[in-house]
Design a protein around this ligand. Sequence first.
Ligand code: AHR
Length: 496
Amino acid sequence: NSQTATVTVAANGASYTINRNIYGHFAEHLGHCIYGGFYVGDSSKTIPNTDGVRNDIIDALKKLKVPNLRWPGGCFADTYHWKDGIGPKDKRPSMVNKWWGGVTEDNSFGTNEFLNMCTLLGASPYLSANIGSGTVQEMSDWVQYVNFDGKSPMSDLRKANGKEKPWKVNIWGIGNEAWGCGGNMRPEYYANEYRKYATFISDWENTGGLMRIASGASDADYAWTETLMKNIPLNMLGGVAMHHYSVIEWNKKGPSTNFDEQQYFTIMKQAWLMDELVTKHSAVMDKYDPEKKVALVVDEWGGWYDVEPGTNPGFLYQQNTMRDAMIAGITLNIFNNHADRVRMANLAQAINVLQAVILTDKEKMILTPTYHVMEMYNVHQDAKLLPLKVQSPDYVFGSDKLQAVSASASIDSTGKTHVSLVNIDSKNAQTITVTMDGGKYSSISGRILTSDKLQNYNSFEEPNKIKPAVFKGASLKSNVITVQLPAFSVVVLELK
Ligand code: AHR
Protein backbone atom coordinates (compact mmCIF):
# COMPACT_ATOMS: atom_id res chain seq x y z
CA ASN A 1 0.00 0.00 0.00
CA SER A 2 1.08 3.54 -0.66
CA GLN A 3 -0.04 6.70 1.10
CA THR A 4 0.74 10.33 0.30
CA ALA A 5 2.55 12.98 2.32
CA THR A 6 3.88 16.46 1.67
CA VAL A 7 6.98 18.23 2.92
CA THR A 8 7.45 21.95 2.29
CA VAL A 9 10.99 23.22 2.79
CA ALA A 10 11.94 26.91 3.03
CA ALA A 11 14.85 26.39 0.62
CA ASN A 12 16.16 29.93 1.10
CA GLY A 13 15.29 30.11 4.77
CA ALA A 14 18.67 29.01 6.17
CA SER A 15 18.46 29.55 9.91
CA TYR A 16 20.37 28.05 12.84
CA THR A 17 23.52 26.04 12.40
CA ILE A 18 23.02 22.34 13.10
CA ASN A 19 25.83 21.92 15.59
CA ARG A 20 27.98 18.96 14.58
CA ASN A 21 28.01 17.96 18.27
CA ILE A 22 24.43 16.74 17.91
CA TYR A 23 26.06 13.71 16.27
CA GLY A 24 28.13 12.85 19.35
CA HIS A 25 28.75 9.42 20.88
CA PHE A 26 29.19 7.97 24.34
CA ALA A 27 31.75 5.47 25.65
CA GLU A 28 31.30 4.24 29.20
CA HIS A 29 33.31 1.69 31.15
CA LEU A 30 30.43 -0.70 30.75
CA GLY A 31 30.45 -4.24 29.41
CA HIS A 32 32.52 -4.40 26.23
CA CYS A 33 32.35 -0.78 25.18
CA ILE A 34 35.94 0.02 26.20
CA TYR A 35 37.54 -3.33 27.05
CA GLY A 36 36.95 -5.79 24.22
CA GLY A 37 35.45 -2.92 22.20
CA PHE A 38 37.53 0.16 21.50
CA TYR A 39 40.47 -1.13 23.47
CA VAL A 40 42.26 -4.43 23.01
CA GLY A 41 45.33 -3.47 25.02
CA ASP A 42 48.85 -2.77 23.91
CA SER A 43 49.73 -6.42 23.61
CA SER A 44 47.07 -7.68 21.16
CA LYS A 45 48.84 -9.48 18.37
CA THR A 46 45.77 -10.65 16.48
CA ILE A 47 43.83 -7.38 16.25
CA PRO A 48 45.64 -4.51 14.50
CA ASN A 49 45.66 -1.50 16.81
CA THR A 50 47.25 1.84 17.55
CA ASP A 51 48.32 2.09 21.18
CA GLY A 52 45.72 -0.54 22.00
CA VAL A 53 42.79 1.05 20.11
CA ARG A 54 41.45 -1.08 17.26
CA ASN A 55 42.35 0.30 13.84
CA ASP A 56 39.13 -0.97 12.22
CA ILE A 57 37.11 0.95 14.81
CA ILE A 58 39.17 4.10 14.32
CA ASP A 59 38.60 3.90 10.55
CA ALA A 60 34.86 3.27 10.88
CA LEU A 61 34.36 6.09 13.38
CA LYS A 62 36.37 8.52 11.27
CA LYS A 63 33.95 7.84 8.40
CA LEU A 64 31.14 8.65 10.78
CA LYS A 65 32.77 12.02 11.55
CA VAL A 66 32.28 11.57 15.28
CA PRO A 67 32.33 15.15 16.57
CA ASN A 68 32.63 14.40 20.29
CA LEU A 69 32.90 11.42 22.58
CA ARG A 70 31.60 11.35 26.16
CA TRP A 71 33.62 9.38 28.75
CA PRO A 72 33.98 7.61 31.25
CA GLY A 73 30.24 7.43 32.05
CA GLY A 74 27.34 7.34 32.73
CA CYS A 75 26.87 6.00 36.20
CA PHE A 76 30.48 4.82 36.12
CA ALA A 77 31.68 8.44 36.03
CA ASP A 78 30.57 9.16 39.60
CA THR A 79 32.59 6.20 40.88
CA TYR A 80 35.69 6.97 38.84
CA HIS A 81 38.87 8.44 40.29
CA TRP A 82 40.94 9.58 37.37
CA LYS A 83 44.27 9.46 39.19
CA ASP A 84 43.89 5.67 39.42
CA GLY A 85 44.02 5.56 35.60
CA ILE A 86 47.33 7.32 34.86
CA GLY A 87 51.00 6.40 35.02
CA PRO A 88 52.64 2.97 34.64
CA LYS A 89 49.92 0.37 34.11
CA ASP A 90 51.34 -2.16 36.51
CA LYS A 91 51.10 0.41 39.29
CA ARG A 92 47.50 1.42 38.66
CA PRO A 93 45.12 0.29 41.39
CA SER A 94 42.03 -1.64 40.41
CA MET A 95 38.45 -0.96 41.44
CA VAL A 96 35.09 -2.67 41.24
CA ASN A 97 32.67 -1.49 38.55
CA LYS A 98 29.75 -1.27 40.94
CA TRP A 99 27.06 -0.34 38.44
CA TRP A 100 27.98 -2.60 35.56
CA GLY A 101 28.29 -6.26 36.41
CA GLY A 102 30.50 -5.85 39.51
CA VAL A 103 33.56 -6.65 37.40
CA THR A 104 37.10 -5.65 38.29
CA GLU A 105 38.29 -2.57 36.47
CA ASP A 106 42.07 -2.58 36.18
CA ASN A 107 42.27 1.07 35.07
CA SER A 108 44.47 0.17 32.10
CA PHE A 109 42.37 2.49 29.95
CA GLY A 110 42.55 5.91 31.56
CA THR A 111 42.82 9.60 30.79
CA ASN A 112 45.87 9.46 28.50
CA GLU A 113 44.49 6.46 26.60
CA PHE A 114 41.10 8.10 26.14
CA LEU A 115 42.36 11.52 25.12
CA ASN A 116 44.94 10.09 22.73
CA MET A 117 42.17 7.96 21.22
CA CYS A 118 40.05 11.09 20.67
CA THR A 119 43.00 12.62 18.84
CA LEU A 120 43.14 9.53 16.59
CA LEU A 121 39.40 9.81 15.94
CA GLY A 122 39.47 13.56 15.36
CA ALA A 123 36.73 13.86 18.00
CA SER A 124 36.46 16.41 20.83
CA PRO A 125 36.57 14.70 24.21
CA TYR A 126 33.67 15.28 26.60
CA LEU A 127 34.84 14.41 30.12
CA SER A 128 32.22 13.55 32.68
CA ALA A 129 33.57 14.51 36.11
CA ASN A 130 32.89 12.65 39.32
CA ILE A 131 30.96 14.73 41.81
CA GLY A 132 29.05 11.84 43.39
CA SER A 133 32.02 10.24 45.16
CA GLY A 134 34.83 12.58 44.11
CA THR A 135 35.99 15.95 45.35
CA VAL A 136 36.27 19.45 43.99
CA GLN A 137 40.07 19.18 44.26
CA GLU A 138 40.09 15.95 42.25
CA MET A 139 38.09 17.52 39.45
CA SER A 140 40.06 20.72 39.40
CA ASP A 141 43.30 18.67 39.28
CA TRP A 142 41.88 16.77 36.31
CA VAL A 143 41.33 20.01 34.43
CA GLN A 144 44.86 21.13 35.24
CA TYR A 145 46.27 17.74 34.16
CA VAL A 146 44.63 17.79 30.73
CA ASN A 147 44.59 21.53 29.98
CA PHE A 148 47.39 23.46 31.62
CA ASP A 149 50.38 24.36 29.50
CA GLY A 150 52.55 26.06 32.14
CA LYS A 151 54.34 24.64 35.15
CA SER A 152 52.05 23.15 37.78
CA PRO A 153 51.85 19.96 39.84
CA MET A 154 49.39 18.33 37.45
CA SER A 155 51.00 19.44 34.20
CA ASP A 156 54.31 18.15 35.54
CA LEU A 157 52.61 14.84 36.24
CA ARG A 158 51.21 14.78 32.71
CA LYS A 159 54.65 15.44 31.28
CA ALA A 160 56.12 12.71 33.45
CA ASN A 161 53.49 10.43 31.90
CA GLY A 162 54.80 11.21 28.44
CA LYS A 163 52.47 13.96 27.25
CA GLU A 164 54.25 17.27 26.90
CA LYS A 165 51.45 19.40 25.50
CA PRO A 166 47.96 19.50 27.00
CA TRP A 167 45.00 18.06 25.10
CA LYS A 168 42.75 21.08 25.72
CA VAL A 169 39.49 19.52 26.72
CA ASN A 170 36.64 21.99 26.34
CA ILE A 171 33.58 19.95 27.24
CA TRP A 172 33.03 19.06 30.91
CA GLY A 173 30.06 17.35 32.49
CA ILE A 174 29.58 18.11 36.20
CA GLY A 175 28.27 14.75 37.37
CA ASN A 176 25.83 12.36 35.71
CA GLU A 177 22.22 11.60 36.57
CA ALA A 178 22.68 13.42 39.88
CA TRP A 179 19.02 12.60 40.65
CA GLY A 180 19.90 8.86 40.58
CA CYS A 181 23.16 6.89 40.33
CA GLY A 182 25.11 10.16 40.56
CA GLY A 183 24.13 10.71 44.20
CA ASN A 184 20.34 10.72 44.53
CA MET A 185 20.38 14.48 44.98
CA ARG A 186 17.46 16.84 45.04
CA PRO A 187 17.56 19.49 42.31
CA GLU A 188 18.17 22.43 44.70
CA TYR A 189 21.04 20.56 46.34
CA TYR A 190 22.53 19.59 43.00
CA ALA A 191 22.28 23.19 41.73
CA ASN A 192 24.39 24.28 44.73
CA GLU A 193 26.88 21.48 44.15
CA TYR A 194 27.07 22.43 40.50
CA ARG A 195 27.84 26.06 41.37
CA LYS A 196 30.62 24.96 43.70
CA TYR A 197 32.23 22.52 41.26
CA ALA A 198 31.85 24.83 38.27
CA THR A 199 33.70 27.54 40.20
CA PHE A 200 36.80 25.39 40.36
CA ILE A 201 36.91 24.43 36.71
CA SER A 202 39.31 27.07 35.47
CA ASP A 203 39.75 28.00 31.90
CA TRP A 204 43.54 27.71 32.20
CA GLU A 205 44.77 28.68 28.73
CA ASN A 206 41.85 27.22 26.94
CA THR A 207 41.12 30.22 24.78
CA GLY A 208 38.00 28.73 23.23
CA GLY A 209 36.25 28.77 26.60
CA LEU A 210 35.08 25.75 28.52
CA MET A 211 31.59 24.35 28.16
CA ARG A 212 30.32 23.21 31.56
CA ILE A 213 27.30 20.95 31.41
CA ALA A 214 24.90 20.36 34.28
CA SER A 215 23.60 16.87 34.90
CA GLY A 216 20.11 17.01 33.52
CA ALA A 217 16.62 15.69 33.82
CA SER A 218 15.36 12.26 33.13
CA ASP A 219 12.71 12.42 30.42
CA ALA A 220 9.81 14.73 31.38
CA ASP A 221 11.22 16.00 34.68
CA TYR A 222 10.76 19.66 33.72
CA ALA A 223 10.98 20.71 37.38
CA TRP A 224 14.60 19.53 37.40
CA THR A 225 15.47 21.74 34.41
CA GLU A 226 13.55 24.67 35.91
CA THR A 227 15.39 24.42 39.25
CA LEU A 228 18.76 24.39 37.50
CA MET A 229 17.90 27.30 35.23
CA LYS A 230 16.56 29.31 38.15
CA ASN A 231 19.46 28.67 40.53
CA ILE A 232 22.59 28.57 38.37
CA PRO A 233 23.92 31.85 36.94
CA LEU A 234 23.85 31.64 33.15
CA ASN A 235 27.50 32.57 32.86
CA MET A 236 28.38 29.36 34.73
CA LEU A 237 26.27 27.17 32.50
CA GLY A 238 27.22 26.02 29.00
CA GLY A 239 24.62 23.32 28.78
CA VAL A 240 21.88 21.50 30.63
CA ALA A 241 21.65 17.80 29.96
CA MET A 242 18.63 15.53 29.49
CA HIS A 243 18.41 11.76 29.08
CA HIS A 244 15.71 9.88 27.22
CA TYR A 245 15.80 6.20 26.28
CA SER A 246 13.27 4.51 24.05
CA VAL A 247 12.18 1.67 26.28
CA ILE A 248 8.94 -0.30 26.50
CA GLU A 249 8.90 -0.92 30.26
CA TRP A 250 11.96 -0.94 32.49
CA ASN A 251 11.17 -4.38 33.88
CA LYS A 252 9.89 -5.78 30.57
CA LYS A 253 11.95 -4.33 27.78
CA GLY A 254 11.49 -7.06 25.22
CA PRO A 255 14.01 -8.58 22.80
CA SER A 256 16.25 -6.54 20.56
CA THR A 257 15.54 -8.63 17.44
CA ASN A 258 12.54 -10.86 17.80
CA PHE A 259 10.00 -8.13 18.60
CA ASP A 260 6.37 -7.96 17.51
CA GLU A 261 4.50 -5.00 16.05
CA GLN A 262 3.14 -3.87 19.41
CA GLN A 263 6.72 -3.64 20.70
CA TYR A 264 7.83 -1.86 17.54
CA PHE A 265 5.02 0.66 17.78
CA THR A 266 5.74 1.39 21.47
CA ILE A 267 9.39 2.02 20.73
CA MET A 268 8.45 4.37 17.87
CA LYS A 269 6.17 6.22 20.27
CA GLN A 270 9.06 6.57 22.70
CA ALA A 271 11.33 7.81 19.93
CA TRP A 272 8.78 10.43 18.82
CA LEU A 273 8.41 11.51 22.45
CA MET A 274 11.83 13.12 22.10
CA ASP A 275 10.15 15.90 20.11
CA GLU A 276 7.83 16.77 22.98
CA LEU A 277 10.63 16.46 25.54
CA VAL A 278 13.05 18.81 23.79
CA THR A 279 10.21 21.25 23.00
CA LYS A 280 9.10 21.44 26.62
CA HIS A 281 12.58 21.49 28.20
CA SER A 282 13.48 24.24 25.69
CA ALA A 283 10.40 26.22 26.71
CA VAL A 284 11.49 26.06 30.36
CA MET A 285 14.98 27.19 29.36
CA ASP A 286 13.54 30.05 27.23
CA LYS A 287 11.99 31.54 30.39
CA TYR A 288 15.40 32.04 31.99
CA ASP A 289 17.57 32.25 28.91
CA PRO A 290 15.59 33.87 26.07
CA GLU A 291 18.78 34.43 24.08
CA LYS A 292 19.40 30.68 24.02
CA LYS A 293 22.93 30.91 25.35
CA VAL A 294 22.67 27.63 27.22
CA ALA A 295 22.53 24.45 25.14
CA LEU A 296 20.16 21.57 25.77
CA VAL A 297 22.48 18.56 25.68
CA VAL A 298 20.77 15.21 25.18
CA ASP A 299 23.82 13.31 26.30
CA GLU A 300 22.13 9.90 26.49
CA TRP A 301 19.55 8.66 24.00
CA GLY A 302 18.73 5.45 22.14
CA GLY A 303 16.79 2.20 22.27
CA TRP A 304 17.14 -0.03 25.33
CA TYR A 305 16.07 -3.71 25.19
CA ASP A 306 16.75 -6.96 27.02
CA VAL A 307 20.33 -8.11 26.68
CA GLU A 308 21.09 -10.82 24.13
CA PRO A 309 20.34 -14.25 25.63
CA GLY A 310 23.33 -15.73 27.41
CA THR A 311 25.16 -12.42 27.89
CA ASN A 312 25.88 -10.69 31.20
CA PRO A 313 22.79 -8.64 32.18
CA GLY A 314 25.09 -5.93 33.54
CA PHE A 315 26.80 -5.50 30.16
CA LEU A 316 23.77 -4.20 28.22
CA TYR A 317 24.75 -5.94 25.00
CA GLN A 318 21.93 -5.90 22.43
CA GLN A 319 21.52 -6.38 18.68
CA ASN A 320 20.48 -3.55 16.37
CA THR A 321 17.77 -3.84 13.73
CA MET A 322 15.84 -1.67 11.28
CA ARG A 323 13.81 -0.59 14.32
CA ASP A 324 16.95 1.09 15.64
CA ALA A 325 17.54 2.72 12.27
CA MET A 326 14.05 4.22 12.63
CA ILE A 327 14.84 5.53 16.13
CA ALA A 328 18.05 7.10 14.84
CA GLY A 329 16.38 8.65 11.78
CA ILE A 330 13.50 10.21 13.72
CA THR A 331 15.67 11.38 16.62
CA LEU A 332 18.31 13.04 14.46
CA ASN A 333 15.58 14.81 12.48
CA ILE A 334 14.13 16.05 15.78
CA PHE A 335 17.52 17.31 16.94
CA ASN A 336 18.20 19.02 13.61
CA ASN A 337 14.83 20.74 13.73
CA HIS A 338 15.57 21.95 17.28
CA ALA A 339 19.06 23.19 16.39
CA ASP A 340 18.35 26.52 18.08
CA ARG A 341 18.54 24.88 21.51
CA VAL A 342 19.74 21.30 21.07
CA ARG A 343 23.40 21.83 20.32
CA MET A 344 24.84 18.58 21.53
CA ALA A 345 23.71 14.96 21.95
CA ASN A 346 25.30 11.57 22.58
CA LEU A 347 23.95 8.27 21.37
CA ALA A 348 24.19 5.55 24.02
CA GLN A 349 26.57 3.90 23.39
CA ALA A 350 29.26 3.64 20.71
CA ILE A 351 30.41 -0.01 20.87
CA ASN A 352 28.72 -3.22 22.14
CA VAL A 353 26.39 -1.39 24.55
CA LEU A 354 22.71 -0.44 24.03
CA GLN A 355 22.04 1.16 20.60
CA ALA A 356 25.60 0.69 19.42
CA VAL A 357 26.96 1.76 16.05
CA ILE A 358 29.58 -1.00 16.14
CA LEU A 359 29.54 -4.56 17.49
CA THR A 360 32.65 -6.66 17.95
CA ASP A 361 33.37 -10.33 18.47
CA LYS A 362 37.08 -10.90 19.04
CA GLU A 363 38.74 -9.91 15.77
CA LYS A 364 35.43 -9.42 13.94
CA MET A 365 33.67 -6.07 13.74
CA ILE A 366 30.32 -5.11 12.22
CA LEU A 367 28.50 -1.87 11.53
CA THR A 368 24.90 -1.70 12.69
CA PRO A 369 21.93 -0.10 10.87
CA THR A 370 22.26 2.77 13.36
CA TYR A 371 25.83 3.32 12.18
CA HIS A 372 24.59 3.67 8.62
CA VAL A 373 21.94 6.23 9.56
CA MET A 374 24.50 8.29 11.48
CA GLU A 375 26.84 8.11 8.50
CA MET A 376 24.13 9.09 5.98
CA TYR A 377 23.06 12.02 8.17
CA ASN A 378 26.54 13.41 8.82
CA VAL A 379 26.03 15.75 5.85
CA HIS A 380 23.92 17.86 8.22
CA GLN A 381 26.83 18.49 10.58
CA ASP A 382 27.48 22.25 10.81
CA ALA A 383 25.08 22.93 7.92
CA LYS A 384 22.33 25.54 8.20
CA LEU A 385 18.91 24.24 9.08
CA LEU A 386 16.16 24.79 6.51
CA PRO A 387 12.82 25.03 8.30
CA LEU A 388 10.11 22.74 6.96
CA LYS A 389 6.54 21.61 7.40
CA VAL A 390 5.44 17.98 7.16
CA GLN A 391 1.94 16.76 6.39
CA SER A 392 1.99 13.08 7.05
CA PRO A 393 -0.45 10.20 7.20
CA ASP A 394 -0.61 8.33 10.49
CA TYR A 395 1.03 5.05 11.21
CA VAL A 396 -1.93 3.35 12.89
CA PHE A 397 -1.62 0.45 15.31
CA GLY A 398 -4.75 -0.72 17.12
CA SER A 399 -6.44 2.36 18.50
CA ASP A 400 -3.20 4.37 18.58
CA LYS A 401 -1.37 6.34 15.91
CA LEU A 402 1.88 8.16 15.21
CA GLN A 403 3.13 10.51 12.52
CA ALA A 404 4.55 8.20 9.85
CA VAL A 405 6.89 10.58 8.04
CA SER A 406 9.68 12.58 9.65
CA ALA A 407 11.98 15.02 7.83
CA SER A 408 14.73 17.59 8.22
CA ALA A 409 16.73 19.64 5.73
CA SER A 410 19.88 21.73 5.64
CA ILE A 411 22.21 23.60 3.32
CA ASP A 412 25.95 23.16 3.76
CA SER A 413 28.79 25.63 3.29
CA THR A 414 29.38 24.49 -0.30
CA GLY A 415 25.75 25.17 -1.24
CA LYS A 416 24.55 21.54 -1.28
CA THR A 417 21.11 20.93 0.17
CA HIS A 418 20.25 17.70 2.00
CA VAL A 419 16.84 16.40 2.93
CA SER A 420 16.52 13.40 5.26
CA LEU A 421 13.26 11.48 5.27
CA VAL A 422 12.05 8.62 7.43
CA ASN A 423 8.94 6.48 7.05
CA ILE A 424 8.29 4.48 10.24
CA ASP A 425 5.11 2.79 8.97
CA SER A 426 5.60 -0.96 9.15
CA LYS A 427 3.44 -1.68 6.09
CA ASN A 428 2.65 1.38 4.01
CA ALA A 429 5.00 3.06 1.58
CA GLN A 430 4.73 6.84 1.14
CA THR A 431 4.65 8.95 -1.98
CA ILE A 432 6.04 12.23 -0.70
CA THR A 433 5.88 15.51 -2.55
CA VAL A 434 8.78 17.62 -1.30
CA THR A 435 8.45 21.25 -2.36
CA MET A 436 11.71 23.19 -2.09
CA ASP A 437 10.12 26.59 -1.75
CA GLY A 438 12.27 29.18 -3.55
CA GLY A 439 14.96 26.65 -4.48
CA LYS A 440 16.54 25.97 -7.86
CA TYR A 441 18.43 22.77 -8.58
CA SER A 442 19.88 20.93 -11.53
CA SER A 443 20.57 17.55 -9.99
CA ILE A 444 19.35 15.14 -7.34
CA SER A 445 20.87 12.02 -5.86
CA GLY A 446 20.21 9.99 -2.77
CA ARG A 447 20.86 6.96 -0.59
CA ILE A 448 18.43 4.66 1.15
CA LEU A 449 18.62 2.31 4.12
CA THR A 450 15.94 -0.36 4.27
CA SER A 451 15.51 -4.11 4.42
CA ASP A 452 12.75 -6.62 3.79
CA LYS A 453 12.01 -7.15 7.49
CA LEU A 454 11.94 -4.72 10.38
CA GLN A 455 13.62 -7.35 12.55
CA ASN A 456 16.60 -7.72 10.20
CA TYR A 457 20.06 -6.95 11.49
CA ASN A 458 23.71 -7.29 10.60
CA SER A 459 25.39 -10.29 12.18
CA PHE A 460 28.95 -11.55 12.27
CA GLU A 461 27.87 -14.17 9.72
CA GLU A 462 26.08 -11.65 7.50
CA PRO A 463 27.71 -8.28 8.24
CA ASN A 464 26.35 -6.42 5.21
CA LYS A 465 22.73 -7.54 5.18
CA ILE A 466 21.68 -3.94 5.83
CA LYS A 467 23.70 -1.17 4.25
CA PRO A 468 22.94 2.04 2.35
CA ALA A 469 22.13 1.72 -1.35
CA VAL A 470 21.77 4.21 -4.16
CA PHE A 471 18.23 5.57 -4.05
CA LYS A 472 16.41 5.65 -7.35
CA GLY A 473 12.97 6.59 -6.03
CA ALA A 474 13.26 10.38 -6.32
CA SER A 475 12.54 12.59 -9.31
CA LEU A 476 13.10 16.31 -9.55
CA LYS A 477 10.94 18.64 -11.61
CA SER A 478 11.79 22.29 -11.20
CA ASN A 479 11.85 22.62 -7.41
CA VAL A 480 9.45 19.79 -6.61
CA ILE A 481 10.71 16.32 -5.72
CA THR A 482 8.54 13.23 -5.81
CA VAL A 483 9.87 10.54 -3.50
CA GLN A 484 8.75 6.92 -3.21
CA LEU A 485 9.66 5.97 0.34
CA PRO A 486 9.21 2.27 1.18
CA ALA A 487 7.85 1.15 4.55
CA PHE A 488 10.44 1.42 7.37
CA SER A 489 13.14 3.20 5.42
CA VAL A 490 15.49 6.15 5.75
CA VAL A 491 16.50 8.27 2.75
CA VAL A 492 18.92 11.18 2.48
CA LEU A 493 18.67 13.27 -0.69
CA GLU A 494 21.28 15.63 -2.05
CA LEU A 495 20.31 18.57 -4.25
CA LYS A 496 22.66 20.73 -6.24
O1 AHR B 1 23.91 4.24 29.30
C1 AHR B 1 23.71 3.40 30.37
C2 AHR B 1 23.34 4.13 31.65
O2 AHR B 1 22.09 4.74 31.51
C3 AHR B 1 24.24 5.25 32.06
O3 AHR B 1 25.36 4.82 32.76
C4 AHR B 1 23.36 6.08 32.94
O4 AHR B 1 23.73 7.44 32.93
C5 AHR B 1 21.97 5.83 32.39
O5 AHR B 1 21.07 5.54 33.39
